[in-house]
Design a binder for this molecule. Structure first.
Ligand SMILES: *Cc1c(COP(=O)(O)O)cnc(C)c1O
Ligand SMILES: [Zn+2]
Length: 426
C-alpha cells in the first residue's frame, strides 16, 4: 500500500498506540468502533518545503492549497467541485449588537453542496480511490450525505447513504438529485450510524462515517487554516462552532495545532462548542466532569437536525478541543437557535440552517454568561446553508413576527400595505 510520505502514523485516541501509516486501519483494532485515530505528520519535513510565503503565491483557491498538510498521495486527482476557501466576512453590526470587540463569519454555507461537510467528503472520495474502492458509504443527519453524494457524482463514484427518515426535505432532495443509493432509516441518526457500520463491513464498502474515519477531521481542519490565513495569521481569541458528533470542532483543533507546530501561528483560539439543549451530551458530560467515553448516550431531539446526536462519535477529540484550548461548552434552547437564523441573516446577509445559526445563539449565551470580554475578537463558523431547511426558517421568522403580505395584483393594495417609512425614497 502506497502511503503519503509526510505521515508518521495514526495514533489511537484511547490507548495512544501509534499505528503504521500503511496499516490501512480506520480505527484502532483494540476498541471496536470507538478507537478513533488521529493522523500524525512530520512537520519538520513539511516545513522545509511549505511555508506561509509559498501559500501567499498559491493560485489554488480551494482547500487543496494546503495539500502538503493533508493525508493524500501526491498524484491522487482532486474532485472537480471547488471545495473550501470560503469567504471570511466581517460582521461589525452583529459584533456591536452582541457586545464584543469584533466578529468575523466563516461562511461555509457557500460550499458546493451547501455545508462544511464538503471539506471532509472530498477527502473521503480521494482516500476511497487510493484504497481502490468502488463504493463508499456514510450515515448522516443529512449534510455529510449530501456532500458525499455530490462529490461522488462529480467523479462518478457509487455511494450508499443512510439518513434518518426525518431528515429535512432539502437534504433528501439533494441526495436524490445527485443519484445516490438512499436508505431513509426509520430511527435516529444513531440508528442510521450503527446500520451503516454493519452494512459497510458486510458489503465491504469504503466507510466515510464521521467520528470513525480519521481522515474526516483532516478535511475539516482546512477551515482553521483558512481562518488564520484570511486573517493574515492574526489568530482570533475564540471560535464558536456548533457540535453534534464533534468532528468539526476536533478538525478545527487539529488545524490550529498543525499551524502551531509549523510555527505559523503563536496561539490557538479558545474553541467554544455550542450544543442544542435537546442534544447536549458534551455539555452534560462536561458539567458532570464525566469521562466522555463511558458517559451514557442521551436521547437527542432538536430542531437543529445537523447537531442531533445522542452519542457524539468524535467525543474524545471534541472534549480535548475545548479543554486544551481553554474553551467552553455552551447549551442553547431551540427557540434561541431559531431566533438566531433571522438575526444572522438580516444583519449580515448570511442565511444559515438551524445547526449553523446555533453558533450565534452560543455566542450570545457566552456573552451573557461572562465567558468572553467586550474586547473579544471572535469568529463564528457558519456550517450549513439555510436553503437546506426552509421550513425551519419560515417557522422561526413567523415566531419573530415577520410576515409576507399576500395581495391582489393591484397598485392600491401595495400602497395600503406598505410600511410608512418606505413611501418615499429619500
Ligand atoms: C455536521 C454539522 C454540524 C456538526 O458537526 P459535527 O462534526 O457533527 O459536530 C454542525 N452544523 C452543520 C450544518 C452540520 O452539517
Ligand atoms: Zn487503541
Amino acid at each position: 500500500m502506497q502511503i503519503p510520505q509526510h505521515i508518521t502514523g495514526l495514533r489511537c485516541t484511547i490507548c495512544n498506540t501509534l499505528h503504521a501509516p500503511d496499516s490501512g486501519l480506520l480505527v484502532c483494532p483494540d476498541h471496536d468502533n470507538e478507537g478513533i485515530l488521529e493522523v500524525e505528520y512530520d512537520y519538520q519535513q513539511i516545513g522545509t518545503t511549505f511555508t506561509r510565503e509559498h501559500l501567499a503565491k498559491s493560485g489554488d483557491f480551494s482547500q487543496w492549497r494546503y495539500r502538503p498538510l493533508l493525508p493524500v498521495l501526491p498524484d491522487t486527482p482532486v474532485p472537480p467541485l471547488t471545495v473550501g476557501w470560503t469567504p471570511l466576512v466581517p460582521a461589525p453590526l452583529l459584533a456591536e449588537s452582541v457586545g464584543i470587540g469584533s466578529l468575523t463569519i466563516k461562511d461555509d454555507s457557500r460550499q458546493p453542496t451547501g455545508s462544511l461537510k464538503d471539506r471532509a467528503s472530498a477527502l473521503a472520495v480521494m482516500k476511497a480511490k487510493e484504497a481502490g474502492a468502488r463504493v463508499i458509504t456514510t450515515a448522516s443527519t443529512g449534510n455529510a450525505a449530501a456532500a458525499l453524494a455530490g462529490i461522488c457524482a462529480s467523479v462518478q463514484m457509487e455511494c450508499v447513504i443512510f439518513v434518518p427518515a426525518s431528515a429535512p426535505e432539502g437534504k433528501i432532495a439533494q441526495l436524490m438529485a445527485y443519484g445516490a443509493t438512499i436508505f431513509l432509516v426509520q430511527g435516529t441518526y444513531d440508528d442510521a450510524f450503527e446500520l451503516c457500520l454493519q452494512a459497510s463491513s458486510k458489503f465491504g464498502w469504503y466507510n466515510r462515517n464521521t467520528g470513525y474515519n480519521p481522515y474526516m477531521a483532516e478535511g475539516k481542519k482546512t477551515a482553521a487554516f483558512e481562518i488564520c490565513e484570511q486573517l493574515d495569521w492574526r489568530v482570533p481569541d475564540s471560535v464558536f462552532v456548533s457540535v453534534g458528533d464533534g468532528c468539526i470542532i476536533s478538525g478545527l483543533h487539529k488545524g490550529f495545532k498543525d499551524l502551531l507546530e509549523l510555527g505559523w501561528i503563536e496561539k490557538i483560539p479558545r474553541l467554544m462548542g455550542v450544543q442544542s439543549a435537546g442534544s447536549d451530551f458534551m455539555w452534560q458530560a462536561s458539567e458532570k466532569n464525566a469521562d466522555v467515553l463511558t458517559f451514557p448516550a442521551i436521547s437527542a431531539n432538536t430542531v437543529a437536525d445537523s447537531i442531533s446526536a445522542g452519542l457524539p462519535r468524535d467525543r474524545i477529540k471534541a472534549a480535548r478541543a475545548v479543554s486544551e484550548t481553554g474553551g467552553a461548552w455552551l447549551r442553547v434552547a431551540d427557540e434561541n437557535i431559531l431566533a438566531a437564523i433571522p438575526a444572522l441573516a438580516s444583519s449580515t446577509g448570511i442565511f444559515a440552517e438551524p445547526a449553523a445559526a446555533a453558533s450565534l445563539a452560543g455566542l450570545k449565551e457566552a456573552v451573557k454568561a461572562g465567558l468572553i470580554t467586550n474586547k473579544e475578537n471572535s469568529v463564528l463558523l457558519v456550517t450549513g446553508n439555510g436553503l437546506k431547511d426552509p421550513g425551519a426558517t419560515i417557522k422561526a421568522c413567523s415566531v419573530a413576527g415577520s410576515k409576507a403580505c399576500t395581495i391582489a395584483p393591484d397598485i392600491d393594495e401595495v400602497g395600503k400595505n406598505l410600511p410608512a417609512d418606505l413611501k418615499n425614497n429619500c
